[in-house]
Design a protein around this ligand. Structure first.
Ligand SMILES: *Cc1c(COP(=O)(O)O)cnc(C)c1O
Length: 452
């Protein structure tokens, strides 16, 4: 048994309380065929058994984990209302909760004023930020690193804005000399600084990019979809900390509550430092904005209908776990990074692996030692499959030669890329489980690596 179920009873209590709020209406009970629901759910439960165990500490593969019990219960509770945060007409309290929760996120980054809202996810949030960049700097290029999320190149294509890719240094961060060369040769309107790359958790050097932006007049957009919340962690390396300390100077920031913010899917967030960019969103709607002259979130968002449940869940989670330095949420993020550091110590003591660069957040990349890149990739595949057979789920990353050049000078590059192992230690329980995780991994490595 590994699912949390005690909060189901709490949900029922809260639902009864919510129901009382509508007791002045004529009595009404919607009809439901409970047997039909039961048989459908039984089938769903059987089919969903084929998932990887995202909720279990033995899953350290992709950026996946269940929402916090508060978020899950609050989301479910609000489904009896099913609010729509497009307009106040469709979700009054959930719109207020969205504004409050988003303002708390903005404050976490150091902004007392901002313009921002929730989105369906990081892709939509980045789309809005780059759309505004295009409005402010028409025709000027958007630049992101080769380790930035692929969405930036694709969004630039959708928006019809030229896109340039910048090389990375040996740690997977945007290379400053490469950025300077691009900025000097072409008209750059916006630089995307990734704070926590998806593959390796690398943090681009924001202070230096901001300084370059001052001289060349480009905007700086921070993509912190994965890593944004590490602003609160107290155990970052000094170089990484320097970037987080400067986040308030960016022009726009994206963070995904559905990644490290303990939320169900469908929850990204985009923030702009200057509230005046709201003018770009201005539009009329003949249908929706009637019952209040207060701001309807649809007036500052590209999406129309959006789940009010996402805002309710986020607001409730931030009430339980405030976004405060030193608080429980911050301490649990720090534990994730601690788990990554401890895994690296064990890999180094073991000696049969290369860790190409130290983790900046909670993602660890490592590869089994071998003579050639193709052989490393084959051993990685074997380790990946054999650990999964033990119930231990890692991920893989296909990475370029440049990321291994410093740590592995004698590797024979018979292929341009190398497949390495990758783990996202994004559950706070990973730290407690690290010993068990390591013993399981080591037993597999003994078999796979020593027998070949
Ligand atoms: C996950 C991710 C995205 C895309 O966000 P979605 O929520 O998956 O749409 C963008 N950028 C980074 C850095 C990410 O990690």
């Amino acid at each position: 048994m590994s699912f949390e179920k005690r909060t189901i009873a709490v949900l029922e209590e809260a639902l009864n309380s919510l129901d009382e709020g509508f007791s002045d209406l004529p009595p009404f009970e919607p009809s439901v065929d409970v047997d039909q629901v039961r048989s459908c759910l039984a089938e769903v439960a059987r089919r969903m058994r084929n998932n990887y165990p995202y909720h279990h500490p033995f899953y350290l593969g992709q950026m996946l984990k269940p929402p916090h019990p508060v978020a899950r219960a609050a989301y479910a509770l609000s489904l009896w209302i099913n609010p729509n945060n497009h307009a106040l007409d469709g979700g009054r309290c959930s719109s207020a909760m969205e504004k409050e929760a988003v303002a708390e996120i903005a404050r976490m980054f150091g902004w007392e004023t901002h313009l921002g809202h929730l989105t369906g996810g990081g892709t939509l949030a980045n789309l809005e930020a780059l759309w505004v960049s295009g409005k402010l700097h028409p025709g000027r290029a958007i630049v992101a690193s080769e380790q930035a999320h692929y969405t930036h190149a694709r969004i630039s294509g959708v928006l019809g804005i030229p896109f340039r890719e910048v090389a990375c240094d040996g740690s997977g961060r945007m290379s400053l000399p490469a950025l300077r060369a691009i900025v000097e040769e072409c008209d750059v309107g916006t630089v995307v600084v990734t704070v926590g790359t998806t593959a390796t958790g690398a943090v681009d050097p924001l202070p230096e990019v901001l300084a370059l932006g001052q001289r060349h007049g480009f905007r700086v957009h921070v993509d912190g979809a994965y890593g944004g919340y590490f602003r609160l962690a107290d155990n970052l390396a000094p170089g990484t900390r320097a970037t987080y300390d400067r986040l308030a100077h960016a022009d726009s920031i994206v963070v995904d509550p559905h990644k490290h913010g303990l939320q169900p899917y469908g929850c990204g967030c985009v923030l702009f430092r200057d509230p005046a960019i709201g003018r770009f969103y201005k539009h009329e709607s003949p249908y929706t904005y009637f019952t209040s002259s207060d701001l309807h979130l649809g007036e500052i968002s590209l999406e129309c209908s959006r789940a009010g449940a996402s805002a309710v869940a986020l607001w409730a989670t931030q009430r339980a776990l405030p976004l405060a330095a030193g608080g429980q949420f911050a301490r649990e993020l720090a534990r994730c990074r601690q788990a990554a550091l401890e895994l690296v110590l064990r890999l180094q003591a073991d000696g049969r692996h290369v860790v190409p660069f130290p983790p900046e957040l909670d993602i660890v990349v490592f590869a089994p030692r071998a003579r050639s890149a193709s052989r490393v990739s084959r051993l990685t595949e074997a380790l990946f499959h054999e650990t999964a057979r033990e119930g231990l789920h890692l991920a893989k990353a296909v990475l370029p030669r440049s990321l291994f050049a410093d740590a592995w000078p004698d590797l024979a590059w018979d292929e341009d890329h190398l497949t390495s192992l990758r783990t996202c230690l994004m559950k706070p329980e990973h730290l407690d489980w690290l010993g068990t995780i390591w013993e399981t991994y080591r037993a597999v490595a003994d078999r796979v690596l020593d027998e070949r």
